[in-house]
Design a protein around this ligand. Structure first.
Ligand SMILES: [Zn+2]
Ligand SMILES: [Zn+2]
Length: 379
């Protein structure tokens, strides 16, 4: 693959550019290189994709920060973005959302006459944390509107045809003189369709659509997280007047686990050991998401210490690497002692003289490091 260009350079903005400036710069390039304006021009298409990718990164604070820090390498396997799932068109669609009708698609998308693209459907899919490790193929049932089979979506009773609208004579628009201006309006009689149905189809009541439940298999890639979206092309609602169907957007929700806390691609779990084990060291079995793993706890381990088992966390999307399993140690102090145990411990205490650290600020600093360092994602 060719060397990737710097995203700031591509958009022609400085590193300190704010979101507005990034948007403006992208908008300019997008209009110039948009494939609709440059049909069959692969150089323009390349520029458009390049600018779109740069925009995607520089307009997402988290990605931009990674990029600023680590360059292109910082974004590899970072998360499951639209880019990973559905390819570049998804990003464009997302940005169209931002920019509205900038690219002049308004006619085909919102126009009253002619083919209309079906609506996108959203489906919320709950999966278990375990499914995130391997990925999952699952069946979902989606209720959606499909073209009525009786009338083939025309809305007219079989054997009859929609008629040319008498109000607008099929233009879908009516013009009215208002002062100096001629105002053109969508025809109210036919809703801009240019045709009216005189005999409605009895099955769909003239809507041309009926409610159907569709069974689909979707495969959820490993490494996904709550809020990630999968786009299944063409599985949304049927288009109108021969327009293309919308897409199905599957929104992932990962159920929380009782054994693990997820932190990005790391998993956090806890094990409890006795105070003698903490002092002497011990080998314990730690539950991982698939089975268990042996963990050597070193002598002198303190309450709240974190031990890391590499690669036993959540895999990264599109990568063989995985996050780690972080094991937080809890130390159990015996709540009741026999007379003999007490005596032994007292002997032990005498032997040691039981000198403990009394510098309060030092203790507080350590506790802060142990319990709060991960709150902001630091390790
Ligand atoms: Zn029908
Ligand atoms: Zn009309």
């Amino acid at each position: 693959m060719a060397e990737k260009r710097d995203y700031y350079e591509i958009l022609g903005v400085s590193q300190s550019a704010d979101l507005d400036q990034v948007k403006k710069a992208y908008r300019k390039l997008a209009i110039k290189y948009h494939p609709d304006k440059n049909p069959d021009d692969s150089a323009a298409e390349g520029k458009f994709k390049e600018a779109t990718e740069a925009y995607e990164v520089l307009s997402t604070p988290e990605k931009r920060q990674r990029y600023d820090q680590f360059g292109h390498a910082g974004l590899e396997g970072m998360d499951v973005s639209a880019q990973n799932f559905g390819g570049f068109e998804d990003i464009v669609n997302n940005i169209f959302g931002d920019f509205g009708d900038l690219f002049g698609f308004s006619d085909s998308r919102h126009g009253q006459t002619g083919p209309k693209r079906g609506r996108n459907l959203q489906y919320d899919l709950e999966i278990d944390l375990e499914d995130v490790v391997e990925g999952k193929s699952t069946e979902i049932n989606i209720p959606r509107l499909e073209a009525c089979e009786t009338c083939n979506g025309s809305g007219a009773e079989p054997g009859t045809q929609p008629q040319v609208c008498p109000e607008c004579t099929g233009r879908g628009k009516v013009s009215m003189q208002s002062g100096f201006f001629s105002v053109t309006r969508t025809c109210a009689r036919c809703g801009g369709q240019g045709r009216v149905i005189l005999n409605s189809c009895k099955v769909c009541g003239g809507e041309g659509m009926t409610q159907k439940t569709r069974n689909l298999r979707v495969s959820v890639p490993k490494g996904v997280d709550t809020g990630n979206q999968l786009k299944v092309r063409g599985e949304g609602e049927s288009g109108v007047n021969g327009g293309p169907p919308g897409d199905l957007i599957v929104v992932i929700h990962v159920r929380s686990s009782e054994q693990f806390i997820r932190q990005g691609n790391d998993l956090i779990t806890a094990v409890c050991i006795t105070f003698t084990q903490a002092a002497l060291g011990v080998e314990v079995d730690v539950p991982t998401i698939k089975d268990t793993e042996e963990l050597q706890i070193p002598p002198g381990t303190q309450f709240g210490d974190r031990l890391r088992i590499g690669g036993k966390g959540i895999p990264y999307y599109n990568s063989r690497a995985s996050g780690d399993l972080i094991v937080i140690i809890e130390i159990q102090t015996p709540k009741s002692l026999t007379a003999q145990e007490k005596e032994l411990l007292e002997t032990f205490a005498d032997m040691r003289g039981e000198q403990i650290e009394s510098d309060n600020s030092n203790i507080l600093r350590r506790i802060g490091e142990r319990f709060f360092r991960n709150a902001d994602g630091n390790r």
